[in-house]
Design a protein around this ligand. Sequence first.
Ligand SMILES: [Zn+2]
Ligand SMILES: [Zn+2]
Length: 298
Amino acid sequence: MSIAACGVCRTDLHVLDGELPDQHVPIIPGHEIVGRIDALGEGAGSLKLGERVGIPWLGHTCGGCPYCTAQKENLCDHPLFTGYTRDGGFATSVIADARFAFPLGDIGEDVALAPLLCAGLIGWRSLVIASPAKRLGLYGFGAAAHIVAQVAAWQGRSVYAFTRPGDTAAQDFARSLGAVWAGGSDERPPELLDAAIIYATVGDLVPLALKAVAKGGVVVCAGIHMSDVPSFPYVLLWEERRLVSVANLTRQDGLDFLALAPKIGIVTRTTTYPLRQANEALADLRAGHFEGAAVLVP
Ligand SMILES: [Zn+2]
Ligand SMILES: [Zn+2]
């Protein structure tokens, strides 16, 4: 594929910082790829030359392990991940496994679609796992939360956005996307939540989120890496509160979400960088210098 746009994700920083196991070096990061097909290998199915497709984080699964055969390919024993264990999209071209390429159609700009391929997809999977929460907390209002807030509002849920304490720009941004309340992660929401999703990589948020959910509520950790979770009194988990993580995605998640996205009319907030400024984009993401998502354009 020739690459038209590739989103920059927090996971790219984990890859660069060597925080993930089984690190492949050297590797080309980037797993929110929008591009067009230049050439097709054997067995590429119904894809066509020139077709616009999206390449997500899940780049390959074995198809035969107990997870793959139980419709849980997100947990495959022998996976490949784009931009982590196979080369990704911080480039002008990429080779992908056709079975893991999502046709994107003609609607929407390349740059606007890129963040849907991880922030959107992982966000979607975490939202499904948090369902059927009416009052939903989102901790860390970055690329994923800014998409999930729009989906959740469209579904009729009430979104409570938690940002870095004092980050009024992110709180204003959250309210502009339909959040009914926005505040610092050190604040208590005005009412108890049915579920909370943690997108930030900060383990200290886990007990805070458990404190914010009502009896029977669920706290979903959506990141691939998090700083250590501090010890907390059992009473925070008591009364059938649940603490779970979300790992990767399945192709069905992608098909479900990408079919729904145009109906919801999701508008992604993007900051575009030329590919040669990938390091600036990564530094700005680390420093929280923009709202929404950064996207590289070759
Ligand atoms: Zn497998
Ligand atoms: Zn990602």
